[in-house]
Design a binder for this molecule. Sequence first.
Ligand code: OGA
Ligand code: MN
Length: 199
Amino acid sequence: MTLETALGDLNSQSYFVWDDFLSPDEVASISLDYQKLYDEGAFSRAGTGNQSGERNLSGGIRSDETYWLDPLALTLSQHVFWDRLEALKTRINEELFLGLWNLDGHYSRYPVDGFYHRHLDRFASSDQRTLSMVLYFNPDWHTGDGGELRIHGQGNPATQTDIAPIAGRLICFLSASVLHEVLLTHQVRLSFAGWWKRR
Ligand code: OGA
Ligand code: MN
């Protein structure tokens, strides 16, 4: 994947998929960081759309647990992907003038039978969230494990794309317009979900 291809996809379809954004070694290091926080009980059940003020179109129900990263106190492992995402932001701003400013995000853990119903990431109360991203940390994801990110087509609601949450894969999409959901997962599903906001 090149930046040019990614930005072309973002322009034409409002999202891009970047495989091997992280190497297997990087994923392994992040997974240790993730598991340590999980074992320490740092994760908590994510609020539903209504509680968080998130615009939801179908009940706003999700079943993941999350841990919000602190940008001022990142661990070494967190720095690996955070810095890479910040570098990508700079390039995207240079090319697309989206005015992306700061990044925030959380680790997410979906249990077996977890899901996140169809929604938009942009809050009804704020239009700051501009570009959404998801990074996956699942090294052994197989066909039939479920848990795909389903992106619904714009304009034509009948078109949809299902993307498996395989390790090292990055997905970015426009927060304001891309309807998406996490399909029922049959395995524990680990990810980082983040948002670039504008001022
Ligand atoms: C979210 C979300 C998608 C995914 O956290 O808002 O849509 O694939 N996550 O984990
Ligand atoms: Mn979302």
